[in-house]
Design a protein around this ligand. Sequence first.
Ligand code: SF4
Ligand code: SF4
Ligand code: SF4
Length: 308
Amino acid sequence: MVDVAIYLAAGCSGCELSLLDLGDRLADLNFRVIWASPTLGDGKYGRIPEVDIAFVEGGVRLDEQERIVRELRRKSDVLVAFGICAACGGVPGLANLHSKDEILEGVFRKGTTTDNPESIIPQKTVFVDGKYELTLPEFYENVRAVDQIVEVDCYIGGCPPTPGQIEDAVSRIIGGEVGWITTARAVCESCPYELGDGMEGAGRFTKIVSGECFLKKGILCFGPATQGDCGASCPKVNTPCRGCGGPLPAVSDYGAKIVDMLSLLLDEKGVEELGSNYHTIAKLIYLYSMASATIPGRVRKYHVREIE
Ligand code: SF4
Ligand code: SF4
Ligand code: SF4
């Protein structure tokens, strides 16, 4: 029997719920969860035991998450980045296109459902009634993928990974496999449609294109550059792939690979349409991997000093 810890950092619990979706098949996985937090148990402030495998779901945004991830690294033989948030930053990593101040301002002062008449922004330390000191975890400037904090042995893509994918990955990890745990086949290889060699422009996904490859019809689909362990779930229900499977092996920057792919498929008209149809193309091509992009998400503005 293999002892396992499961920890949710900056994610949404979807990966753990996908694990639970295995139902009765969970019993065949040959592991027992002896520490979990916070979705499956409340182990966060208890002592973290030594485990064979630690699954970390989500990226790292808070100092508390960093502390627990480092502790899990010390206490585990194998550390797994479980799901695309842990592996590449996931959707929460898109926040790296904004500063911490912009995010706090947007959420706590300008949100459409925000009710904050005193305009209070969360502070790391507050005194209540002048005598009780309360602390919140520190909110970092950026979301980081887990391997930007500690060494990661195994990566599982997907948002979330499918139950079947998890079942297969767990047995391969227990069997000693490391690196990306994937079939290494692109989404297109499981897709029922035939990939073309060009695109008719670059439009948004607003019209139904039933029964044909999205790229052929001029709609962005990231299937050619994405791990297809999901079995092409999205194109099979008439939705373009948005890349949650993660980069194919040997690709270190997923978004750069998408740009490479588009440069092969788009003609001049297509490039123009891409620019006019997508105002924040970075948010689309790095939807799941902004935190692990080669170029950091937020390019700071430089103030040019006037020469006297
Ligand atoms: S990968 Fe998706 S399902 Fe898993 S924690 Fe991140 S957002 Fe949630
Ligand atoms: S629809 Fe998408 S996944 Fe299917 S063949 Fe075309 S590009 Fe590949
Ligand atoms: S088709 Fe693409 S976006 Fe959809 S589940 Fe598979 S990898 Fe994720």
